[in-house]
Write a protein that binds this ligand. Sequence first.
Ligand SMILES: Nc1ncnc2c1ncn2[C@@H]1O[C@H](COP(=O)(O)OP(=O)(O)O)[C@@H](O)[C@H]1O
Ligand SMILES: [Mg+2]
Length: 242
Amino acid sequence: MLEVTDLHVQYGRLVALRGVSISVKEGEIACIVGPNGAGKSTTLLSISSVLQPTEGTITFDGQTVNGMRAEDVARMGISQVPEGRHIFTSLSVEENLQVGAAVRKDKGAIRKDMNRIFETFPILGERRNQPAGKLSGGEQQMLAIGRALMTNPRFMTIDEPSLGLAPKIVDRVYEVVTELREKQGLTLLIVEQSSERALKAADTLYVLRNGAIQLGGRPRTCRTARRSTRPISASRKTTRAR
Ligand SMILES: Nc1ncnc2c1ncn2[C@@H]1O[C@H](COP(=O)(O)OP(=O)(O)O)[C@@H](O)[C@H]1O
Ligand SMILES: [Mg+2]
């Protein structure tokens, strides 16, 4: 579904990505893990065509994404949840969701999608008229995901959903993400600093360091490959049932 090939991105003279290649298949959850400054956000911003690469290509269903306008990429079915969520704290929950639908013209379907989001996240329905700034961190993350769903995407990127959230809340966020994949057939690319959740959720895992992919594959393979040096996660208790 998504193919990123040999992506190079610079900020002025600073080289942020030096040849990143990843592949995300339809219906899967792919994760990129890497430390602060590795290039995770840069990769996601390139996929949304907010940043333009100096070299390399990004294709979605065979169509070249780089060079397109960001809003046209959104219309293709790619949606992103940005790092730090960026919800509008003084707007109500419902108004934040409407912002997500700004690129759409199908008003009837927008209402239907909003109701579906309130079904997925009942707490957002209960608080639809409250200012988003009143929500807890976890609820704000749900709202950011809800807003991204308002573009009716087939593919969603999420930048560090765990950031600043308690472990139990992070569990809930990942439950929701997995549900979206199972029930709505959404394909996801999630980036995280810590590999623990990503290892549990991911069908495919990439390790990004210093602007380059160090390792990629099914999580179990990555774990085995790295065990000789430093395990990605020593605390993973269960393996995926599938
Ligand atoms: N707007 C920017 N201007 C200049 N350099 C940037 C900018 N954004 C990120 N960088 C640099 O690019 C590299 C990758 O950053 P980023 O993609 O944000 O990493 P991550 O999301 O993995 O923490 C880092 O060296 C960072 O300092
Ligand atoms: Mg980042």
